[in-house]
Design a protein around this ligand. Structure first.
Ligand SMILES: Cc1cc2nc3c(=O)[nH]c(=O)nc-3n(C[C@H](O)[C@H](O)[C@H](O)COP(=O)(O)OP(=O)(O)OC[C@H]3O[C@@H](n4cnc5c(N)ncnc54)[C@H](O)[C@@H]3O)c2cc1C
Length: 461
């Protein structure tokens, strides 16, 4: 590839060499425009982008992390971290002591069918026996700073608008961006960045993937979730709480079952994060007012929990949950996808942070190996292994998750599952392991082995 000469990029002479050797792309920058270069450009500094950046910087690559917002910034999320996400934080080297504002949880409390069941996170060799809660405002800031600390270059207020393509190969060789002011308005300054590899970590809508002709797949589950915060005495709950049924009352006082599943997560700062999600396998998907459902459900909760309009500390905000690898291929034409950009949310439980960080870690391993190859062809061969690496890691499990999402989209199946499943603790412990993807990969008990066997048998998503 004429555009991917890493050694020359590193010593700063790539500009002249690239300009001289590459045929001009239709999108190529005007020669007067200053071009900033890196080994790898990462677009988006959420958990997937920052994790990828930190690992690549650790591997000695010159990483440029482009983010349109300015940290600390809010992100619509439930703020809940399962042991799988905590494992990623530990691997990345991020300390999470309580005195720094990390609130620990010991398991999942499931509410439904008149039951409340508390299940401890399993105690396994491969995962810590606890989860955490941390607002995304803090979480993403901490991860971005961690990437910086490891040597990645972070450029905030940089809104990436277009890919720059190599005219001959059609591969991405950089991006164009607009500088933003602190209020998120364009300053009028146009920016150009070049790198032989670009990582799309720009979240669910991934404009960058779209502009590289990688739309969402409609045959994968998709969720929508909304959430808000209330000041509440439940703010320091040490269990994540999940509601399998959301009830309300109609005008005549009759109980009505609302679509979707709810959560209540204590944030530890005086507030609880309360929200709900609906899958597109549900008949109600896209046809209901999610904010209205949240307020109708919350109205039925015990008044002493103080979830009401007076205690609400922010707006109700929502976003999509792209599941089960809904955007593929995860690598092609110089563009590699991590996190929500690659549709990596777990279809069993709507968890996305663990998978954003995990895909960042796996992507960085592949990229570091690729950049150690001497030839462009060798590098490309390694990069093309990334989709297989992701499928091996999560593909079979996500195929099972697709089946699960389809099943629980049927309210009758869900009703029966809640009625007959919840009272059976052993079965629920097994379900918790499947749904939070916490099976011991090697050895473990009969349940772990069954989950691993099913994931292996299922065709990779
Ligand atoms: C209501 C709700 C609740 C959720 N609750 C949970 C939960 O409790 N636990 C959990 O694990 N997951 C949860 N998720 C899912 C989780 O939020 C996502 O899976 C996760 O944020 C994905 O991380 P990411 O880094 O891939 O993308 P994002 O977190 O979306 O980060 C993308 C980044 O890219 C930046 N960006 C976008 N476009 C551009 C551009 N053009 N130029 C430059 N920068 C750009 C954005 O500003 C952002 O910083 C929830 C999602 C929703 C909607």
């Amino acid at each position: 590839m004429s555009h991917s000469i890493i050694s020359t990029i590193k010593d700063g002479t790539a500009g002249s060499r690239d300009a001289a050797s590459a045929r001009p792309s239709p999108l190529a920058p005007a020669s007067a425009q200053r071009v900033e270069r890196a080994d790898v450009i990462i677009v988006g500094a959420g958990p997937s982008g920052s994790a990828t950046a930190a690992y690549l910087a650790m591997a000695g690559l010159d990483v440029l992390l482009l983010e349109k917002a300015v940290f600390p910034r809010e992100k619509v999320c439930g703020d809940g971290l399962t042991p799988r996400a905590v494992r990623e934080l530990i691997t990345l080297g991020i300390p999470t002591p309580a005195e720094d504002g990390w609130i620990k949880n010991h398991g999942l409390r499931i509410v439904g069918g008149g039951h409340r069941l508390e299940l401890k996170w399993p105690d396994l060799a491969s995962f810590p026996p606890y989860g955490l809660v941390r607002t995304r405002k803090d979480f993403d800031d901490i991860l971005a700073k961690h990437a910086l600390w490891h040597g990645a270059r972070l450029r905030e207020s940089t809104n990436v608008t277009d890919p720059i393509l190599d005219e001959r190969t059609g591969a991405i060789i950089g991006v164009r961006a607009k500088a933003m002011d602190p209020d998120g308005r364009p300053t009028g300054e146009d920016l150009v960045f070049h790198a032989p590899l670009v990582v799309a970590a720009d979240g669910n809508s991934s404009r960058l993937s779209m502009s590289m002709n990688r739309p969402k797949r409609d045959d994968r589950p998709m969720g929508v979730a909304v959430r808000t915060y209330y000041t509440s005495p439940r703010h320091d709950d040490d269990y994540l709480e999940s509601w399998l049924e959301l009830w309300s009352r109609d005008n005549q006082g009759h109980r009505v079952l609302l679509p979707g599943y709810g959560w209540i997560f204590g944030v530890g700062d005086g507030t609880s994060n309360v929200g709900l999600g609906i899958l597109n396998t549900s008949a109600a998907f896209g046809k209901v007012d999610y904010k209205d459902i949240l307020s109708r459900w919350v109205d039925t909760l015990p008044p002493e929990w103080t979830f009401n309009d007076e205690t609400r500390t922010g707006p109700v905000r929502g976003a999509a949950l792209p599941m089960g690898f809904n955007r593929q291929p995860h690598y092609a034409r110089g563009l590699l996808l991590v996190g929500d950009a690659g549709g990596m949310v777990n279809p069993f439980n709507g968890e996305g942070i663990a998978y954003a960080m995990e895909s960042g870690r796996l992507a960085a391993e592949v990229i570091a190996q690729a950049f150690a190859r001497q030839s462009d062809a060798g590098r490309e061969k390694v990069l093309q292994s990334y989709p297989r690496v992701m499928k091996d890691a999560l593909g079979g499990y996500y195929t099972l998750g697709r089946g699960f999402a389809k099943m629980i989209g049927n309210p009758e199946v869900m009703r029966l599952a809640v009625k007959y499943g919840l009272p059976r603790t052993t079965m629920m412990k097994f379900l918790l392991k499947i749904m939070a993807n916490l099976a011991e990969p090697h050895g473990g008990d009969a349940g772990d082995r069954l989950i691993n066997a099913l994931s292996k048998m299922a065709p990779a998503a």
